[in-house]
Design a protein around this ligand. Structure first.
Ligand code: LHQ
Length: 261
């Protein structure tokens, strides 16, 4: 489904997906959710797409759920259903895609918008961007994986403080805390994010996807189990053409030409 609320641009080797409801700071309504779902599914299935770059149009990245659509003081709303059908599948999909998912946080990321950004594999933020765990401001609990992702990234003490208070976290603070990868000047954000996507798209995609899976499983595993998983995964990628090409390129002192297999 595409209604203009999400823009998809195919580049050489990667896809840029832009949340595009700037007058609402790209807050999610159902249509935007479904458009994003389709865009991600297409990027995931397309073998010529080897990295995904997610960003927002206008001055915000995403302000979370569109709060103007339903009024809980007038109707009973089952938020669990919205989360079950829209937000949770989105976060699960981002985590499961076997390709790098980069998020370029171009401006404010609030509520579910912040946690969707943080679910991506590599997060760059514009210096003017802010991350706001806005849920407590409207009497909700954090969702979209935030209570799992955020303390894992920055620790329980900081996670509780920003989630209880709803205080904005600047991009610089986020980078200092290890909540995101790096902060870049506003004017450089898209150039740097696109450069990263283009570079990763030339990488050993299968290995990168499996690395993502290994890192994501580590928290549930003992070191022993993780060592076994690494062995099994290395055995698998060791049979791939990218490994053969990588070693040949090293010996021939030239850059490797990976095909992603
Ligand atoms: C918005 C929104 C918005 C609609 C800005 N909706 N219009 C999951 C499952 C189901 C339901 C419940 O929730 C969830 C998860 C969630 O995400 S809950 C958290 C929802 N998000 C928020 O609480 C954030 C609400 N927004 C804000 O606090 C501010 O807009 C921030 C801090 C993001 C930005 O502040 P400003 O830079 O001062 O911009 P602004 O407030 O003036 O917003 C600009 C426009 O965007 C404005 O419209 P207008 O027509 O007046 O220009 C806002 O109404 C609209 N907008 N967020 N979530």
């Amino acid at each position: 489904m595409s209604d203009g609320s999400v823009r998809v641009e195919k580049q050489d080797g990667y896809v840029v997906i832009t949340l595009d409801r700037p007058d609402k700071l790209n807050a999610f309504n159902e249509t935007q959710h479904l458009s994003l779902k389709d865009a991600l599914a297409e990027a995931e299935e397309d073998p010529s797409c080897r990295a995904i770059l997610l960003t927002g149009a206008g001055r915000g990245f995403c302000a979370g759920q569109d709060l103007s659509e339903r009024d809980p003081s007038r109707e009973e709303i089952d938020l669990g259903l919205t989360i079950d059908t829209l937000y949770n599948p989105l976060v699960r999909r981002i985590r499961a895609i076997g390709k790098p998912v980069i998020c370029a946080v171009n401006g404010v990321a609030a509520g579910a918008g912040a946690n969707i950004a943080l679910a991506c594999d590599i997060v760059l933020a514009a210096r003017s961007a802010k991350f706001i765990q806005a849920f407590s401001r409207i009497g909700l609990v954090p969702d979209s994986g935030g209570t799992w992702t955020v303390p894992n990234l920055i620790g329980e003490a900081r996670a509780k403080a920003i989630m209880f208070t709803g205080e904005p976290v600047t991009a610089e603070q986020a980078a200092d805390w290890g909540m995101i990868w790096k902060v870049v000047d506003d004017d450089d954000l898209m150039t740097q994010a696109a450069g990263l996507a283009a570079n990763l798209a030339k990488g050993p995609t299968r290995s990168l996807g499996l690395t993502k899976g290994l890192i994501q499983q580590a928290g549930d595993n003992t070191l022993d189990r993780q060592l076994d998983l690494e062995r099994d995964t290395q055995r698998e990628v060791g049979r791939g053409t990218d490994y053969a090409e990588g070693v040949r390129a090293f010996i021939e002192k030239r850059p490797a030409k990976f095909t992603g297999r």
